[in-house]
Design a protein around this ligand. Structure first.
Ligand code: PAF
Length: 283
């Protein structure tokens, strides 16, 4: 049975709601989102439910992580559908501040993440992005004071940046990554998939296919440079403009050589038409 979640739109309302959620020492999980919720987000909510007594979902399209040339204005906003989906999951609270509540007049403090935020992946193409993400996530953590926060591994570099920030700044939150949820044909779920035309949508799963092929060649001991070159060719021949396809250390995101031990992750970003897709896979 669904249960309409409570909604807080101001910091004072959020504090009241959290005080009542935390009665009897209940633990709280936070799922930060920008709305336009799909099954990937719902799997984060279910993961949150398994890890804490109460679940808070934030819905805030964060202007500071978009460059002026990006899609802040057209980013899908589906409030009614989002609330219905969260009600079906029996989420306890939605934190839905407006930009003024998040960044009041006179706001001047920003987090400037380094380490995985400067790995030369997303940061090379979206230099403003991780500063905006780190600042808003630090604020969300301070506002909601969760015991645990769940992030999708689809945005793998973001997940590493937030994990590092929580550790470096002793934020007292356990950051947990949740496996990427995929469409039946392998395309990673993303709120931006709605931008794909029918033809682009048909081609889009090539990214995941190329990652899977590359990962299995590396696991079998195949040459990394050859496998990367073939993977890049598969992606560009399908019609993508490739931003990067790289094998990195799974935690630090530092470049790795073929023989290096330790966990590895393959990360890709590519553009098709006006849509930019990212994905990744463990080796
Ligand atoms: O992944 C997202 O939806 C956003 O980057 C996040 C973490 C909610 C911060 O705005």
């Amino acid at each position: 049975m669904s249960r309409t979640p409570r909604v807080a739109r101001s910091l004072s309302a959020l504090r009241r709601e959290l005080d009542s959620l935390r009665a009897r020492k209940a633990t709280v999980a936070l799922v930060p989102t920008m709305g336009a919720l799909h099954d990937g987000h719902i799997s984060l909510v279910r993961q949150a439910k398994r890890r804490a007594d109460k679940v808070v979902v934030s819905i805030f399209v964060n202007p500071t992580q978009f460059a002026p040339t990006e899609d802040f204005g057209s980013y899908p906003r589906t409030w009614k559908e989002d609330v219905a989906k969260l009600a079906a999951e029996r989420v306890d609270l939605i934190w839905h501040p407006d930009a003024k509540a998040m960044y009041p007049d006179g706001f001047t403090t920003r987090i400037v993440p380094e380490g995985p935020a400067l790995a030369g992946l997303e940061d090379r193409f979206r230099p403003h992005f991780f500063g905006g993400v780190a600042t808003v996530v630090a604020k969300l953590f301070a506002q909601c004071r969760p015991d645990v926060a769940i992030f999708g591994e689809k945005d793998y570099q973001q997940f590493r940046v937030v994990t590092q920030m929580a550790r470096d700044l002793d934020l007292g939150v356990r950051v947990v990554g949740s496996r990427t949820v995929r469409e039946r044909d392998g395309l990673a779920m993303s709120s931006r998939n709605v931008y794909l035309s029918a033809d682009e949508r048909r081609v889009a799963p090539t990214l995941h296919r190329a990652l899977k092929e590359l990962a299995s060649r590396l696991r079998a001991g195949g040459d990394m440079q050859d496998a990367l070159r073939d993977g890049a060719a598969t992606i560009t021949q399908a019609g993508f403009d490739l931003d990067y396809l790289e094998v990195r250390h799974a935690e630090t995101l530092a470049p790795v050589t073929q023989d290096e031990s330790g966990p590895k992750r393959i990360l890709v970003a590519a553009r098709i038409g006006t849509t930019r897709l990212i994905d990744n896979i463990a080796v």
